[in-house]
Design a binder for this molecule. Structure first.
Ligand code: FAD
Length: 499
């Protein structure tokens, strides 16, 4: 006999997913918490085994959530499945949702058999996001990494990815990366910030809405001073030098729109370049479930949710970066609210006051996130830093020129058509890395802004993670549509509990 479905399955054990799973279990729901990582914490609280939280921010919140997780597991309410990725959610089984799982890597998951699937009545998606990358000439040279990847190596393994480092891009996330590397012994030769910090002065109230952020920012500023890290505003890396490995970068001053200011070029020696241009929400599972999307404050595609975190598909809830990039504190509040709403919709009585308090916290965090995105936009004219030979899609080795020729000669005006005619986004990463860049390039050459449809096409991926052919072959045959014992739609949502 198969196991009864969980009341709720939570995907992702980062700040949002941990808060969602523990809040839902706190209201008595049986929860499955599936996460690709070996330990809970996600990207923000990524840590090595036995960590005491040294160098981490807001570790007290993590400790509180991790304790609640342990209590939930001990009470038999939370079933934690680490080291497994959800690669698809199907709706053709006896439960409303069946999550198909694959080990995060070959041999992951320890000695027991890998968990193949989890059935649930509701799903809370908290998959976070990944680094947004903008290609520049030379960016595929060994020694160029995403800033998030550099940070993940440092936090997860204590590995310092280079000795002479340039950190470049835009946004406050560059600060912990630069100070973390410097504190770990790397020489950070420059932090190149494309925007001007003066942009924050246009929205002082937004910064004041979350006082903890100002304190965090002051700490990073002190760290840059202590380690003598040069902070170069309105400066970008326009070329990476080196053939076998990175040896240097060209940095240039830019104006407020990202256009290079002539005559302000410098060359800096480096063996590691950490690029960070913000994050892109992970939307594979939300899109596969048919959830609606919209443009977020930073122009990214984000999943649409109501004020209680319900997606536009009944029984699906979302929290964290997938609904808009804004940091861990925002993700925690959203996750808690999503878990509580799942409990309300399952018929549990939940305090309205708690819902209102969380909604207010989320609104303050959104005000801050909005100001952050306006202060650190992707520079409008960044595609002018590219040359025809610059590689756009690493997986399929497609150059900027290839895409330009498909646009000019074959009428490929949007990323989907460009993918069919020139192959950007056709490889293993399925456009995760090049999707935004391809959309920006095509739109800027057509003299129009990037649209939601441009971003939606590369974000749609039938498989949320790579799987083996054996796993695909093991899928049950799809049922005939309209069968009388088909999956039940969850009941309609009761009224939102944050009003
Ligand atoms: C690489 C990286 C490093 C970062 N480092 C920092 C930092 O040092 N400081 C900082 O302020 N911000 C950092 N951020 C931003 C930070 O992630 C967010 O502010 C915050 O962690 C968001 O919380 P979340 O719960 O939405 O997502 P996350 O913390 O990203 O958690 C999502 C979790 O879901 C899991 N997951 C995703 N998809 C699946 C799937 N299909 N199946 C199973 N599990 C899945 C992931 O493995 C992850 O554990 C980083 C972001 C990235 C991408």
């Amino acid at each position: 006999m198969s196991e009864p479905p969980f009341d709720c399955a939570v995907v992702g054990a980062g700040p949002a997913g941990l808060a969602a799973a523990t809040a839902a279990a706190g209201e008595g729901l049986r929860v499955a918490l599936v996460d690709a990582g070996p330990r809970p914490g996600g990207q923000f609280w990524r840590h090595a085994e036995g960590s005491t939280g040294a160098g981490q921010h807001d570790w007290a919140t993590f400790t509180r959530l991790a304790d609640a997780l342990r209590r939930g597991i001990a009470a038999g309410l939370i079933h934690h499945v680490p080291l497994h990725q959800v690669w698809t959610v199907d709706r053709a089984g006896p439960a409303p949702f069946t999550l198909r799982l694959t080990p995060a890597y070959e041999g992951a998951g320890g000695e027991g058999p890998p968990v193949g699937q989890v059935a649930a009545r509701a799903v809370v998606l908290c998959p976070g996001g990944y680094d947004r990358q903008l290609p520049v000439p030379g960016w595929t040279t060994p020694g160029v990494m995403a800033a998030g990847g550099v940070q993940a190596l440092l936090k997860g393994q204590g590995t310092v990815a280079g000795r002479r480092v340039v950190v470049a891009g835009t946004g406050p996330f560059l600060l912990p990366v630069a100070t973390g590397l410097a504190a770990a012994g790397a020489r950070v030769v420059a932090l190149c910030e494309a925007a001007s910090p003066a942009r924050w002065l246009r929205r002082p109230l937004a910064a004041a809405a979350v006082p903890g952020k100002a304190v965090e920012g002051a700490g990073y500023a002190a760290g840059l001073l202590r380690h003598r890290v040069p902070y170069l505003p309105r400066t970008v890396v326009t070329r990476v030098h080196g053939t076998q490995e990175v040896t240097a970068v060209t940095v240039e001053r830019v104006d407020g729109s990202g256009r290079v200011v002539p005559g302000r070029t410098r060359r800096l020696d480096a063996d590691l370049v950490a690029f960070g241009w913000g994050f892109t929400p992970s939307l594979e599972l939300a899109l596969a479930l048919g959830a609606d999307t919209e443009r977020g404050a930073d122009g990214s595609l984000v999943a649409t949710v109501d004020t209680a975190r319900r997606a536009t598909v009944p029984g699906v809830y979302l929290a964290g970066e997938a609904t808009g990039v804004g940091g861990a504190a925002k993700a925690v509040a959203e996750g808690e609210l999503a878990g509580l709403t799942a409990a309300v919709d399952a018929g549990r009585p939940v305090s309205r006051r708690r819902g209102r308090r969380l909604a207010a916290r989320i609104a303050r965090a959104e005000t801050f996130a909005d100001a952050m995105h306006r202060a650190h936009p992707v520079p409008e004219h960044w595609t002018e830093w590219l040359s025809e030979e610059t590689r756009l899609c690493r997986c399929e080795e497609v150059s900027v020129g290839d895409v330009q020729r498909a646009q000019d000669g074959l009428g490929a005006g949007d990323p989907r058509t460009a993918k069919l005619l020139a192959r950007p986004g056709m490889g293993r990463c399925q456009g995760r890395v090049c999707g935004f860049a391809t959309a920006s390039l095509l739109a800027s050459r057509a003299g129009r802004p990037v649209t939601g449809d441009d971003l939606r096409a590369p974000a749609k991926r039938p498989l949320g993670a790579p799987v083996t052919l054996a796993e695909l072959a093991a899928l049950p045959e799809p049922e005939e549509p309209g069968r009388p014992d088909g999956p039940e739609a969850p009941p309609p949502a009761p009224s939102v509990d944050t009003a």
